[in-house]
Design a protein around this ligand. Structure first.
Ligand SMILES: [Zn+2]
Length: 242
């Protein structure tokens, strides 16, 4: 079977489903795959069976699906193309980080290996895309990191936004307008469990209150630069042009 754009989109959806599995879970449910691709469950099942016949996935009827090593590699390479294209569109073409995802959804299926290698070289072998998502290496593998979200991180501690786990342009513009893009400093002032919201202090000491759902999509890490005044002003490569 040829790796058509449909096949690539299935591989990507299963791959991303696998990354959100709870510990102990092995298979991505067919319902989740169908929902991610906005197709009828029957359509998804037919396609997943074809992937299994090609050796790209393991399919267990009534349980779900999981990629084989070969399937994971192909999925990683699609993500690599997608994320490098996004970064290229932002850094070189000057597009907004809020609008590049849809373009990359198309281009990820058509850019050649040669062009991707040139883009990677030109951008200085970047490790993250404009949304803070890790760029897989040329073998299609990603180094996974467990990151806190604004819902799980410690409060009253200097943090830095690392990744925004939502590609919706409206949400991304909201994040940008509130200085919460990857690379920017942030601190949780309080969590109001009763109101289901989080009060955060961002750059320029600006305070805003965001809902728990939005907070769960902002991934953060300890801001090490805050402990060390000498590196405080060094630009974060992930934030550059993001
Ligand atoms: Zn994207």
């Amino acid at each position: 079977m040829l790796p058509s754009s449909t096949v690539e989109n299935y591989l990507k959806a299963i791959y991303q489903g696998q990354s959100t599995l709870d510990p102990g879970e092995r298979l991505v449910s067919m319902g989740q795959v169908a929902a991610a691709l906005r197709v009828a469950p029957g359509t998804a099942t037919t396609m997943v069976k074809a992937l299994a016949e090609s050796g790209l996935a393991e399919y267990e009827p009534y349980s779900g699906v999981r990629l084989t090593a070969a399937g994971e590699k192909l999925a990683g390479l699609v993500l690599r193309r997608h994320r490098l294209v996004e970064l290229f569109l932002v850094q070189v073409m000057g597009m907004s980080w809020a609008e590049v995802h849809d373009e990359a959804e198309q281009l990820e299926h058509v850019v050649s290996e040669r062009l991707i290698e040139r883009i990677d070289q030109m951008l200085g072998r970047p490790t993250h895309d404009p949304h803070g998502d890790p760029i897989p290496n040329p073998e299609g593998t990603i180094t996974r990191r467990d990151l806190d979200t604004l819902l799980t991180c410690p409060i009253h501690e200097p943090l830095r936004v690392t990744r925004v786990a939502d590609q919706d342009p409206m949400f991304l513009r909201f994040i940008e307008n509130n200085d919460l893009k990857p690379g920017q400093p942030v601190e949780v002032e309080a969590r109001e469990t009763a109101a289901d919201c989080v009060r955060v202090r961002g750059r320029n000491q600006r305070t805003i209150t965001i809902g728990a759902r939005a907070a769960s999509k902002l991934l953060v890490e300890p801001d090490r630069a805050a402990d060390d005044p000498a590196t405080c002003l060094a630009p974060d490569p992930r934030g550059a042009g993001a």
